[in-house]
Design a protein around this ligand. Structure first.
Ligand code: BGC
Length: 251
């Protein structure tokens, strides 16, 4: 079955129809820059544009870069603060809406590095911010926000996101040092058996992952930055005909 997945990021809104059985995009993805400032109205207009580009009329799943509970946005660190309190599921015409890192994690646990992994698995996405998705024996604990843990008096994503690397012109090994320090902290708190790193930086993992040395195995996401699109589509399917947000619990 094909479902349209749309991934709202700090810099781009990407979408494509996904074969949710195979976990693969069935058409080339569309990418439209995120309107700045990223207010609800203009972002929703771009989401509609993506739907129209594919002349789509079936189920749609959409990711959002903040906490989303029952379709309602609770935080907005990297998009306009006017999102807080917005019913995104309603704004996006009834789509299933979930946190971007949670979506990427779901896809990676089904089709990527987390497949058949039990125990505690943590997915971290390094992009505009740092997103997290925590799984216990394959079950998602939604809306963890480990990118906001404090390291050296600053939010981790203000020291170690991919955006900070780019904006400050940090070398790969210098940035990797910051990532390592962050991962050590997370490792100490959660004792995961595996950490999967995704987001924009995962495409260039060969440039920085060799500099990261912690006890927990750390692997780049197999689905790279298509994971959000795929996970959004999966969730829309799981949500059923009414396309409301659901969790994977009990499924
Ligand atoms: C947000 C998270 C999001 C992450 C990646 C953070 O600033 O608080 O909800 O998953 O950025 O976009």
């Amino acid at each position: 079955m094909d479902v349209l997945g749309i991934d709202i990021g700090g810099s781009g809104i990407k979408g494509a129809p996904v074969d949710i059985t195979a976990g693969k995009l069935v058409e080339d993805r569309v990418r439209i820059p995120t309107p700045q400032p990223a207010r609800p109205g203009p972002v929703a207009a771009v989401v509609r544009q993506v739907v129209e580009r594919f002349s789509w009329s079936g189920p749609v799943g959409v990711t959002f870069p903040g906490v989303v509970r029952d379709g309602v946005v609770m935080t907005a660190a990297n998009v306009h603060h006017s999102w807080i309190g917005v019913d995104a599921a309603e704004l996006f015409d009834g789509a299933a809406v979930l946190n971007d890192a949670d979506a990427a994690g779901i896809a990676e646990m089904t089709f990527g590095e987390g497949r058949n992994r039990r125990g505690t698995v943590l997915m971290l996405t390094f992009g505009t911010g740092i997103g997290s998705a925590l799984f216990a024996d394959g079950v998602l604990v939604p809306n963890t926000e480990f990118g906001h843990l404090e390291i050296r008096g600053k939010e981790a994503e203000h020291r170690a996101s991919d955006r900070v690397r780019e904006e400050n012109g940090l070398s790969w090994d210098k940035w990797a040092g910051r990532v390592e320090e962050y991962l050590r902290h997370v490792e100490m708190l959660l004792s995961p058996s595996l950490i999967v790193v995704g987001g924009g930086a995962s495409r260039k993992a060969d440039k920085w992952l060799p500099y990261v040395h912690i006890d927990t195995p750390v692997v780049p996401a197999a689905l790279q930055n298509e994971a959000g699109i795929i996970g959004a589509a999966q969730m829309a399917f799981l949500a059923g005909p009414d396309r409301g947000i659901v969790s994977l619990h009990g499924r």
